[in-house]
Design a protein around this ligand. Structure first.
Ligand code: HEC
Length: 153
């Protein structure tokens, strides 16, 4: 056991000595390519999360049993605007240039989406199943509205 602690302490000393050399890589943020890949993964997982809530609701699940999903989508919705730095306007992306040329419009679409998902999460906490079901439709509208203006087909 003791040997493990010594090894760990040794590893920590080595890490402390070596890490500053890599600080630019570790703390320097994602590249444009990595940011695009991360947001596309987030969007794919949004579709999975959203689709799962639609299916569960259709199958008669109570709103309160979908709190984790609704809160997960809300967390994502709130960080969406941070996933579009100007450096990510080109590359393997379907983002339209209007995200940057009409950034106020994009920010508004993202805020409407976040508000719709926040409301979904509240309705889940209140276990208001009819309200939750209706709100899923509003969330879908917010997805579609943003895609309409800001995503390439
Ligand atoms: C505020 C704008 C906005 C909202 C809201 C939004 N999207 Fe998107 N979505 C985009 C943009 C822009 C892209 C293109 C991203 C890229 O290719 O870099 C995208 C891409 C996607 C993709 C494709 C990702 C890939 O792998 O290329 C899926 C799936 C998706 N969105 C699903 C959703 C769902 C489901 C919702 C709602 C629950 C949603 N989006 C809400 C803007 C939005």
């Amino acid at each position: 056991m003791m040997k493990h602690y010594i090894l760990l302490a040794g590893a920590a000393v080595v890490a402390a000595a070596v890490l500053p050399a890599f600080a630019a890589d570790i703390g320097g943020g994602l590249s444009a390519e990595q940011t695009i890949a991360a947001r596309q993964a987030g969007y794919d997982m949004s579709a999975v999360t959203f689709g799962g809530m639609m299916k569960a609701t259709k199958d008669g699940a109570a709103a309160k049993d979908q709190g984790f999903q609704a809160h997960a989508l809300a967390k994502w919705a709130h960080v969406v605007p941070t996933m579009f730095p100007a450096s990510t306007a080109s590359g393997q992306t379907k983002a339209r240039p209007e995200i940057w040329s009409n950034n106020a419009g994009f920010t508004k679409a993202a805020a409407n989406y976040a508000a719709a998902v926040d409301k979904l999460a509240s309705l889940s906490e209140a276990n208001d199943t009819p309200g939750f079901t209706a709100q899923l439709g509003e969330v879908k509208k917010a997805c579609d509205a943003c895609h309409q203006d800001f995503r390439q087909r």
